[in-house]
Design a binder for this molecule. Structure first.
Ligand SMILES: [Zn+2]
Length: 154
């Protein structure tokens, strides 16, 4: 699904990204206008948005605080860890549950880490790093929205 960047009113500050359906709903509700459009493409009556700009400026400190800790997801964990495998340092494309789900591990910031397919799949499987004889080279942490957003690639 296409992601659309949402900028604060004035256009300078990237707030977050939303999927296309969400972007269109914002246009319909007139809370945002199209900032950049994909050339020669439309979505219903609207130019297909590449980015939106809010109609009313919002105080973003409030946004960070109101949003609190960003949700834990594969994409967010990859962004936090700079798309780098926490075990071998190669490119990470998956997220690993350090204590695996099958052993009661949960999807929290402190129990997840970016991992390459090789480390996550074959080597680690449903084991903890200790059980698999692997060393986690990073310390997972719960990022703030402000730390996370500039790193997100989608
Ligand atoms: Zn790896």
């Amino acid at each position: 699904m296409t992601q659309v960047a949402v900028y604060n009113a004035g256009g300078g500050q990237l707030l977050h990204t939303v999927d296309l359906n969400h972007a269109i709903r914002m246009l319909v509700r007139r809370v945002a206008r199209v900032r950049e459009a994909v050339e020669d493409r439309t979505f219903g009556p609207y130019p297909l948005p590449r980015s939106l700009e809010l109609v009313r400026w919002i105080y973003t400190q409030w946004v960070w605080e109101a949003t609190g800790t960003p949700p834990v997801s594969r994409d967010n964990v990859l962004a936090r860890d700079n798309y780098t495998c926490g075990y071998c340092g190669r490119t990470g494309t998956t997220w690993d549950h350090i204590v695996p789900k099958c052993q009661g591990g949960t999807s929290t910031w402190l129990n997840t880490v970016a991992a390459c397919e090789s480390c996550n799949g074959k080597k680690k499987g449903g084991r903890t790093p200790e059980q698999a004889g692997m060393r986690l080279q990073v310390t997972p942490f719960a990022p703030t929205m402000a730390q996370l957003l500039p790193k997100r690639r989608r």
